[in-house]
Design a protein around this ligand. Structure first.
Ligand SMILES: CC(C)(COP(=O)(O)OP(=O)(O)OC[C@H]1O[C@@H](n2cnc3c(N)ncnc32)[C@H](O)[C@@H]1OP(=O)(O)O)[C@@H](O)C(=O)NCCC(=O)NCCS
Length: 174
């Protein structure tokens, strides 16, 4: 498929509604077919509330970016620094907590542009490494990260409703 150039725009604290909409939509589109509906709902009722999204947006150590094509939101990125990181809280590390591209825009180099932006941000801030967690059955994303120089270094278990799942932790040294 052909590459598409995106514009990246930092999400403002007043844009929680748009962020909630793209977060929920991309999560359900991609993970819905792979999980039981009741487990998806159980996860969504805590992860995707206006209050939760607003508090994430208001965290000074987290940054969200929209991927725009002709002013249309086609994906987003969430970066965590310092204590906003979901594990380790290493001040010399940056976590890519979320990188999502709308399903109808996959394989057009949009994920790569988001990841390159994240890498440049980490370099600018003189981080030692960039890391992330990815569901062990998300072979598409694991392939994408490996292709872009990430390696597995650990794992982390979590619950999706009543389903115990395993995330692989991957990192790229800068
Ligand atoms: C993972 C995701 C962000 C990738 O985005 P994308 O826009 O489809 O990927 P891109 O087109 O930018 O791919 C970039 C490069 O990685 C390669 N790549 C993409 N998917 C790959 C895969 N599964 N295996 C190997 N390489 C892959 C591409 O071939 C491309 O290579 P190039 O640099 O040589 O051109 C996207 O599939 C997505 O949003 N998935 C659902 C949400 C998700 O799983 N997020 C991660 C949660 S941790």
């Amino acid at each position: 498929m052909s590459a598409t150039t995106i514009t990246l725009q930092k999400v403002k604290p007043t844009e929680a509604d748009a962020l909630l909409a793209i977060s929920k939509r991309t999560f359900f589109d991609f993970f819905g077919p792979l999980n039981k509906p009741e487990n998806m709902e159980a996860y969504a009722v805590t992860a995707f509330t206006p209050q939760k999204i607003q508090s994430e947006l208001d965290n000074p150590d987290s940054e969200f970016y929209f991927a725009l094509i002709n002013d249309q939101i086609t994906g987003y990125l969430k970066l965590n620094f310092k204590n906003a990181q979901t594990e380790f809280q290493d001040p010399k590390a940056m976590e890519v907590e979320r990188i999502y591209v709308s399903v109808d825009h996959h394989k057009k180099n949009i994920g790569k542009q988001l990841l390159h932006f994240a890498l440049n941000m980490a370099l600018q801030k003189q981080m030692d490494y960039i890391w992330l967690g990815v569901w062990e059955h998300n072979h598409n994303a694991i392939g994408f990260y490996q292709h872009n120089g990430f390696e597995v270094f650990s794992n982390h278990e979590f619950w999706m409703g009543d389903d115990r799942q395993n995330d692989l932790l991957m990192k790229k040294i800068l």
